[in-house]
Design a binder for this molecule. Structure first.
Ligand code: MN
Length: 483
């Protein structure tokens, strides 16, 4: 499905590229041994290196290099055995060095691919590069009416900046890209993907062009968006703003804009005339990173199964539908939960129960799957009870409700409440005979060709059996008896 915006002069296409800053999962910072844990007392995790005291020298943290390589391999990207740290010079009050150590001309990871699962099919989005860099500290403006405080805990924390090609064409694709990238990072264990805590931040480059035009027009960059929903909303608004500018005869200027979630608008932060000249140059305090192919191969050999591979396995091995498989693997905990129950029951039915019944319960209470009131073992047992006809699907919903409430074992609930399905032909036949004898008019209507009455009989049978009669057997026997 193509996403186009109808303007007064015709249809417009939106072109989006995303720059994601992902905090590398590592106990220590990129160039110092200071801790990185979230939520610590301000300035309690700052080494002399992070505070940029004179004479301090950065020392590269090997774990961070491994994590960057692991991530590169996870997005099917070129790993550059030779890469270089450079100084990006700009003044920020919360960056005491006066420059950021980053990678520029020679990043550690080159081009890669991230495949999105869109409703209309898979979409490959190009990744331009992935480089390592340090994070800055944080200015606190709300602690005092006159003064600004600085918390340097984040200063020097390792980041991966992952830059996409301008391949995205709609807010939905941009949202799917972030969710997919986040899932891959979480599977790999290279970033926790927590956007509320700032472990994953997104800048969006947005431009528009009339349908049919092949050149890219001037883009605006929307900085530091911290939720998937806001990224999508910001893109939608920025695209509409640019279309309005063009249609009013104006020109879009290259600039950095901020998205204001409260007002749901973007506004200018700084224009190109004020753009920084970063004066990049190789950091003389750090040697280039030279990796061996063995080092890379070893990391590759240790990669976990990633979402795309897991999805394919769920389809091939368990026979799960493509959409359901994509939903299940989007979150690793959900995939693990499903897999634990799929082995012990009917996999397709298991997928259905996770995606519909369980998700409904979790969404209602705002729970993650690891907080589920029903264990995968018990839900697997419930599905097995349906699959082997011990209980009907309708009764299963009642049993499930009780499982959610009390966390009980489904087999126990079925036994205690006598919910076992009636599959004894003789017993069902006796009940049907009685029903027909009690309702001769309805039986006659059926024989006169009004087959819809069969539905009424089924309803009566389920009522009489308290939902326990096997519906399929009831249907068959009813037709036989009435006909
Ligand atoms: Mn950056």
């Amino acid at each position: 499905m193509t996403y186009l915006i109808e303007g007064e002069t015709g249809e417009w296409e939106v072109v989006i590229g995303l720059e994601v800053h992902a905090q590398i999962t590592s106990k220590a910072k990129l160039f110092s041994g200071a801790a990185t844990e979230f939520g610590a007392e301000p300035n309690s995790q700052v080494s002399l290196v992070d505070a940029a005291m004179p004479g301090m020298l950065p020392v590269i943290n090997k774990i961070c290099i491994e994590q960057a390589v692991r991530t590169g391999l996870g997005i099917n990207a070129q790993i550059n055995l030779h890469s270089v740290f450079e100084r990006k010079n700009y003044f920020y009050p919360d960056l005491p060095q006066g420059y950021q150590i980053s990678q520029f001309l020679e990043p550690i990871v080159g081009e890669g691919i991230i495949t999105l699962d869109m409703p209309e099919g898979p979409r490959d989005i190009g990744v331009e590069r992935l480089h390592m860099e340090q994070d800055a500290g944080k200015s606190l403006h709300d602690q005092d009416p006159k003064r600004t405080f600085i918390d340097l805990n984040r200063s020097g924390v390792a980041l991966m900046e992952i830059v996409s090609k301008p391949d995205l064409r709609s807010p939905e694709e941009a949202g799917a890209y972030i969710r997919k990238l986040r899932a891959i990072l979480r599977y790999l264990g290279t970033c926790d993907g927590n956007m509320e805590q700032g472990s994953l931040r997104c800048d969006a480059n947005v431009s528009v062009r009339p349908v049919g035009e092949t050149e890219l027009r001037t883009r605006a960059e929307i900085k530091n968006i911290n939720s998937v929903r806001f990224v999508m909303a910001a893109i939608e608004h920025e695209a509409q703003r640019q279309i309005d500018v063009y249609e009013d005869g104006g020109e879009v200027v290259q600039e950095t804009r901020l998205y204001d979630a409260n007002k749901d608008e973007t506004r200018s932060m700084r224009s190109k005339e004020e753009a920084h000249d970063y004066r990049y140059f190789p950091d003389p305090d750090l040697l280039p990173i030279d990796l061996t192919q063995e080092f890379v191969d070893e990391i590759k050999a240790g990669l976990p199964e990633l979402p795309d591979a897991k999805k394919q396995r769920f389809i091939d091995h368990f026979g799960v539908a493509v959409d359901d498989a994509a939903t299940l693997v989007a979150d690793k905990d959900t995939a693990d939960y499903f897999e634990a129950m799929a082995e012990a029951s009917d996999p397709k039915l298991a997928a259905n129960w996770v995606i519909h019944e369980l998700f409904a319960v979790l969404n209602k209470d705002g729970l993650s799957i690891s907080e589920s009131p029903v264990s995968s073992e018990n839900l697997g047992k419930l599905v097995a009870l349906i699959a082997d006809d011990t209980i009907s699907g309708r009764i299963a919903k009642d049993v499930f409700e009780k499982m959610v409430r009390d966390g009980d074992d489904p087999a126990q609930i079925v036994a205690d409440k006598g919910l076992k399905q009636i599959t004894d032909t003789g017993e069902i036949e006796t009940m049907i005979d009685q029903l027909i004898a009690d309702n001769p008019d309805q039986a006659q209507q059926y024989r006169d060709g009004n087959t819809k009455v069969a539905g009424w009989f089924v309803g009566q049978m389920m009522k009489a059996s308290q939902g326990k009669a096997n519906p399929q057997m009831v249907n068959e026997l009813l037709k036989k008896k009435l006909g």
